[in-house]
Each structure stands twice: as C-alpha cells, then as structure tokens.
Design a binder for this molecule. Structure first.
Ligand code: SF4
Ligand code: FES
Length: 339
C-alpha cells in the first residue's frame, strides 16, 4: 500500500523573511532560497563538497535557536556551516554586531592581501574587492611586515600569486573532486600556510583551469588572459559547442572582435554552473569554434555592467513619429514630454 508521507519542513526567519526548508539545510542555503540579504561567502561553494567554514565572512547572529529552545546562540556563527532548526530566527544585515564582525573579517583577510586591484586581473570580479567596498575601513591597524611570495607558474596556463590567496581551499577541493589526481594542496599551518604544488609541479589535467574560476580573488589567474584588458571593457557572451569532455557551455569575453577569455558560466552567487575542460577554456578562442547564444546577463551592481545596457524592449535608433515604432513605449514617453 502506498503511503502518503508528508515531508517535514522547518521554518526559519532571516532578517524578517520566513521560509520553510528541509531539515539539514544550512542558514546560508536558506538565505539563498529567500534571495534577499544573503550573507557573503568567500569559501563556501555549493558545487564543492565539504567547502565552507574557512573564511568567516558569512557570520550571522542566531537570535532564537528554535521554537523548542528559543535561547539565542552565544556567539555569531558561520551560516554556511550552521543547519537550521525549526523556528530559528537569524539576523544578517539587521544586526550591527554582524556588520562589525564582518568588517573585522575583511580587515583580517586584507592583512596580507595586497591592494593591487589596479593591476590585478580579478578586479571587477573579485569578491574580496566587493566585500572591501561594503565593509572595509580606510586604514589598517596592522604594522608588521606582510607575507610576500614570488609568482609561481603552475603549468602552461595558470599563474599563482600566493600573496593574494586568502586560503579558502576552493581550488584544493576543485582539484580533489573534479580531476583524477590532486597534485596541489595547502602546505604548513597558520601564518605559514600556502598553496603549493610540491616544487611547482604542474597541475596537468583536463579540468585544472577550473581553479581559476573558483578562486574568489586574483590568486589563480589565466595566463592566456593576463593583462589583456580590464574586465569591464569586455563584452561577455553565452556560447556553446559540442564538446566530448565537458558540457561545452561557456561565457566568451570579447574585446572588439577578439575572444580574449573563455570561462565557465556563473550563477547569481558567482559560482560556476558546470565545470569546463581546458580545451574549451584555453584552446577555443575563435568565434567560429562556438554557437553564440546571446549576451550574458550581468548584474547591474557589477562593475562589468558599466556601458552594458539591458532594456526591457528594443530601442529605436532614432524615435520616429510614424511607422513601426509609433506604439513603442519609449515613443509614448517622448510624446508625453512634447505635449
Ligand atoms: S588560490 Fe584562490 S581558490 Fe585557492 S585557496 Fe587561495 S584564494 Fe582560495
Ligand atoms: S563562507 Fe562560511 S566560512 Fe567562508
């Protein structure tokens, strides 16, 4: 006999927005489902198992633990690692304590991170840069010598600027989970920790380029794109090809007629939709290699949206009072102004 088992759902309220989610959902996932006031996440990556819990940017305040035990949690918690309880009440942007703590985390992440955004290829797409603008302070209290590293070539396509790394572990998880053998990881601990490939051994496999996409800062950069253009001068376009190794769904970044970069497509959280192979990323740089699907949607909060206009309707080049465009919404607006 078929049983109609109703799935249990728990209620969680984040910054006043209530949602019902399955047990086991984290606070960050619930916030993403609501889609508003989502905590920033520099190390959590939904496509990478085990990620999260490293950077503390996603801290939130739990002002009510659950309906059964309404006591608040004594300390701020990492929302990417905290699962919801039924009746939990969470504060993110509505808590001054969270804002202050997040500013502290940004200050901490920037202790050793150079402010070389004017020459960094990640500028405009860097999550730390965004976080710095939102929560950063103008001055640092740090007076000691900063960690510096020489740049390291990791194989023919990738360059590592360890100085910029925030030790989020995303690249390590990527190599561990989507490539056959991992040849890089984090060596040492604490202040001495660094990403290394064991004596610069090349990451040499077909999916290694994905470490560039998952890196939230400019620590892992694409050698075929380095210094070619500021990202806001490029035009991103969705394209696909019949690739035998990956989904073949990519974003092409044009400068004029030239494809200067190929990346995986990213979702609204800045995460890769599906990982792509190195052939698509580094070797298919001609428009004829691709079927063009249309312009990439760029969030208008992103600096990449500068000079990219997305309108709800086609704009007539010159508004005309007769003809095709007479019913056009913009034309009606013009008419109102003239009268
Ligand atoms: S290199 Fe980038 S992805 Fe890897 S740990 Fe450092 S910041 Fe994270
Ligand atoms: S995103 Fe939660 S600790 Fe980094």
């Amino acid at each position: 006999m078929e049983q109609n088992v109703q799935e249990e759902l728990w209620s969680v309220t984040i910054d006043g927005n209530e949602i019902k989610v399955k047990p086991g959902t984290t606070v960050l996932q619930a916030a993403r489902m609501i889609g508003e006031n989502v905590p920033p996440a520099m190390c959590y990556y939904s496509k990478l198992e085990g990620s999260g819990g490293k950077c503390r940017t996603c801290l939130v305040k739990v002002s009510q633990g659950s309906t059964k035990d309404p006591r608040p949690m004594p300390k701020l918690v990492a929302s990417c690692r905290t699962t919801v309880m039924d009746g939990m009440v969470v504060q993110n942007t509505t808590s001054p304590e969270v804002k202050e703590a997040r500013a502290g985390v940004v200050e901490f992440l920037l202790l050793n991170h150079p402010l070389d955004c004017p020459i960094c290829d990640q500028a405009g797409e860097c999550h730390l840069q965004d976080l710095g603008y939102e929560h950063g302070k103008q001055k640092t209290r740090y007076e000691f010598k900063r960690r510096t590293f020489e740049r390291i070539d990791i194989g023919p396509y990738i360059q590592l600027h360890m100085t910029r790394c925030i030790l989020c572990y995303r690249c390590v998880f990527t190599c561990d989970q989507i490539t056959n053998e991992r040849v890089h990881g984090i060596l040492n601990r604490g202040d001495a920790a660094e990403i290394s490939t064991y004596i610069e051994k090349a990451i040499d496999n077909d999916f290694s380029g994905n470490v560039i996409d998952v890196c939230p800062v400019g620590a892992l950069t694409d050698k075929t794109f380095r210094f070619k253009s500021r990202v806001w001068f490029t035009k991103p376009v969705q394209a696909s090809c019949n690739c035998g190794k990956c989904s073949g769904k990519v974003t092409l970044w044009y400068k004029g007629e030239e494809v200067i970069r190929v990346t995986a497509r990213k979702d609204q959280w800045g995460e890769v939709e599906s990982f792509i192979c190195n052939t698509c990323r580094f070797e298919r740089k001609k428009t004829s290699d691709w079927t063009i699907e249309g312009p990439t949607h760029v969030d208008n909060k992103s600096v990449i949206s500068a000079n990219h206009y997305e309108l709800k309707y086609d704009q007539p080049v010159i508004p005309q009072k007769t003809s095709l465009h007479a019913d056009h919404p913009s034309f009606k607006e013009d008419k109102k102004l003239l009268n």
